[in-house]
Design a protein around this ligand. Structure first.
Ligand code: AMP
Length: 279
């Protein structure tokens, strides 16, 4: 069944209130649309009245980024949401989410300063602001995020803790193509040649995990080996290749606690991110 699409805050609130009155738990999956199996897995993991938001959020894109050409595929998205069991789609316009003269933003210090935060100034401020707004609009009991955006999931969890937002954040595993490439709405930008080499990003993260398991505990050495590996991919430009504390995302000298290897790599003009927890 195709889930209805509502575009106003009033309509999504009315639908959620009705579901809550019927004793249904409210689950929420925020997305930017151009949905794929990674998003579908989040929807399938959700229980109760499942709201999927589809909103390409302008405040998380830099001036030179792909906001204008970010793929918008609402009909296919609605079908995928229906097949995955979503109850309602909230697809607001920019004016509904950002009426003129809103001047309040949410900034999660420290966690958002490096990795993707360093490469994309203001990105996580935009993400946190829109996610908190969406939480306040939908008021879900549980919200589902993907481990593919590891830093984002950590930052949202921290925001929820710091600001006492009454929602449970759950992080679901990264869904990959058979060859290991993490599913992403941006994969459709890849040329055939870029798509052919893209799975090497994940292979190199796995090689990092093998090195760590074999006893390499020096994070800097793991990072430079990973960056060197990534640089061998034809057409690749490494944005970052880091091995950081899995909880705080801060740099670490030695792997004496759980760590995550996180990378961002440009293939042509397409920026792909991926990560792998090492221990
Ligand atoms: P996006 O539409 O890219 O903003 O992503 C919306 C949500 O889907 C975020 O929580 C992402 O982490 C999650 N997501 C995107 N790709 C994947 C994937 N391959 N596996 C699991 N979750 C994903």
């Amino acid at each position: 069944m195709l889930p209805p699409i509502v575009t106003t805050i009033a309509d999504v609130r009315a639908a959620v209130d009705a579901a809550r009155a019927a004793q249904k738990p409210i689950a929420f999956v925020p997305t930017m649309g151009a949905l794929h199996e990674g998003h579908a897995a989040l929807v399938r993991a959700a229980r109760g009245f499942v709201v999927v938001s589809i909103f390409v959020n302008p405040t998380q894109f830099g001036p030179k980024e792909d906001f204008a050409k970010y793929p918008r595929t609402i009909e296919a998205d609605q079908k995928l949401c229906g097949e995955a069991g979503a109850s309602l789609i909230f697809a607001p316009g920019v004016e509904e989410m950002y009426p003129t003269n809103s001047v309040t933003f949410v900034d999660v210090a420290k966690l958002g300063d490096h990795l993707c935060g360093a490469a994309r100034p203001g990105h996580f401020r935009g993400v946190c602001t829109v996610v908190l707004k969406l939480f306040n609009i939908v008021r879900p009991d549980v919200a589902h995020f993907g481990a593919k955006d590891y830093q984002q999931a950590r930052i949202i969890a921290q925001m929820v803790r710091d600001l006492n937002v009454p929602v449970e954040v759950r992080v679901e595993p990264t869904i990959r193509e058979a060859d290991g490439l993490a599913l992403s709405s941006r994969n459709r930008y890849l040329s055939a040649d870029e798509r052919a080499v893209a799975p090497r990003i994940y292979q190199m993260l796995q090689a990092t995990r093998v090195r760590a398991a074999a006893g390499e505990i020096d994070a800097a050495r793991l990072e430079s080996a990973l960056a060197a590996d990534l640089a061998t991919i034809p057409g690749a430009r490494v944005d970052y290749a880091r091995v950081v504390d899995a909880e705080t995302l801060q740099p670490l000298a030695r792997l004496d606690r759980p760590a995550v290897a996180a990378v961002a790599v440009f293939l042509g003009t397409t920026r792909l991110i991926d990560n792998l927890v090492l221990a």
